[in-house]
Design a binder for this molecule. Structure first.
Ligand SMILES: NC(=O)c1ccc[n+]([C@@H]2O[C@H](COP(=O)([O-])OP(=O)(O)OC[C@H]3O[C@@H](n4cnc5c(N)ncnc54)[C@H](OP(=O)(O)O)[C@@H]3O)[C@@H](O)[C@H]2O)c1
Length: 358
């Protein structure tokens, strides 16, 4: 079988497609023949060698990838209640960029009929991230006003949909005008385009005008560039949910620019406990890759998300597909900062299976 291997961290061309033996399921694991693999910004950070949990859980050489959709090839003894041939999707802590994966049975779910295999391959990470940010940390409800940065991206489009499904008011920020219509179609009440209003004072005054009373929840994966602004936009009781730092990287570049990174780290704000208490604001952060042991949290989130899919409240916003062999192009496109929605790799090992298991 084919798999993508990053022998040591670096630029786009560190993503090598290699031949490897098909894995065999260990105790509690299921073998899945993979059809589609979600590409996440975190995979680029793993490739660059800047993702701490990649080092914590195995290091390099590494096969990136947190999510996939496929069919059950070997249920692994009694590991899975799902029969051979069932369409499944799920998450894995690294290693999804390959044609076969062995996954703990409790990280797999049957793909609902509303999703194609490609959509299923790109569903779990963005949806779980958005769910955890808004429901577990943000205390989302219909009275809330939510600000979503990078609202046209993978996680951004899921955040907008989840917030709208809860009846909240949603303001989205996107980098360029070509992203506006997608976020509007997903139901955002207002979309602010950074290239039109400017990054600094222009953006903050547009955001203040959009919600003069402030924001209840601000979802920020930008990092140093907007964190200070995001905090200042919170109304009392507001929550700043931090889940990434993508502005620390150089847009479009496959390499790490260490000076720029150090400069960005120095400019990343810290938040004073006394200020937080006196202003009644909260700053929260998380990373899904450290949440795999929180089985109950993930199961509950996935069940709620599956219900939302069935009710038509959630979809994979847009999908850009690449053959697994074009993984370099997928990373280049994602790091260009111009993509919208989700990017998915397709394996050549399997035709699109029928939507329901036989
Ligand atoms: N904590 C977690 O568990 C978790 C899980 C999943 C994802 N994440 C984080 O969530 C963020 C979004 O991930 P995603 O996979 O859905 O990506 P994405 O939003 O589809 O793509 C990244 C977007 O970030 C913006 N951007 C700003 N600076 C950039 C740079 N230097 N290079 C490229 N893009 C830049 C661009 O949008 P605009 O120009 O429109 O802003 C770009 O479209 C990432 O920071 C990722 O690490 C965190």
């Amino acid at each position: 079988m084919k798999k993508v291997l990053v022998s040591k961290p670096g630029d786009f061309h560190r993503l090598q497609l290699v031949d490897a033996p098909r894995p065999s399921p260990g105790p509690g694991e299921v073998l899945v023949r993979v059809d589609a693999i979600g590409v996440n910004f975190a995979d680029c950070v793993v490739r660059l060698g800047l993702y701490p949990s990649a080092k914590k859980y195995g290091g390099y050489p590494i096969t990136p990838g947190f999510e996939f959709a496929g069919v059950i090839e070997d249920p692994g003894g009694s590991a899975s209640e799902l029969p051979l041939g069932t369409r499944v999707f799920g998450v894995i802590r690294f290693g999804a960029y390959q044609e076969y994966v062995c996954v703990p049975a409790d990280q797999l779910y049957p793909v609902p009929d509303v999703l194609s295999q490609a959509e299923a391959g790109g569903f779990c990470v963005t949806a779980l991230t958005a769910y955890y940010a808004l429901h577990e940390l943000g205390a989302l409800s219909s009275e809330k006003t939510v600000l979503v940065h990078s609202a046209a991206g993978g996680v951004g489009t899921a955040l907008v949909q989840l917030a709208r499904a809860a009846g909240a008011r949603v303001i989205g920020v996107v980098g360029a005008a070509h992203k506006r219509s997608l976020v509007e179609q997903l139901g955002a009440d207002q979309v602010i385009v950074r290239s039109e209003v400017g990054e600094g004072a222009g953006l903050i005054s547009a955001l203040r005008a959009a919600s003069p009373q402030g924001y209840d929840i601000v979802c920020d994966a930008n990092g140093y560039k907007s964190l200070r602004q995001s905090y200042s936009l919170l109304r009392p009781t507001g929550r700043l949910v931090i889940y990434g730092a993508h502005t620390m990287l150089t847009r479009g570049s496959g390499a790490v620019h260490w000076l720029r990174l150090a400069w960005a780290a120095l400019r990343t704000p810290t938040f004073q406990p006394l200020k937080l208490t006196n202003e009644n604001r909260s700053v929260l952060g998380f990373n899904l890759s450290y949440l795999f042991e929180e089985k109950g949290v993930l199961k509950n989130a996935m069940e709620r998300l599956l219900e939302m899919l069935e009710r038509g409240e959630l979809k994979v916003a847009t999908l850009q597909e690449y053959p697994l062999e074009d993984v370099v192009r997928a990373h280049q496109d994602l790091q260009s900062g111009t993509t919208t929605g989700k990017l998915v790799l397709r394996t050549s090992s399997a035709p699109e299976p029928s939507k329901s298991p036989e």
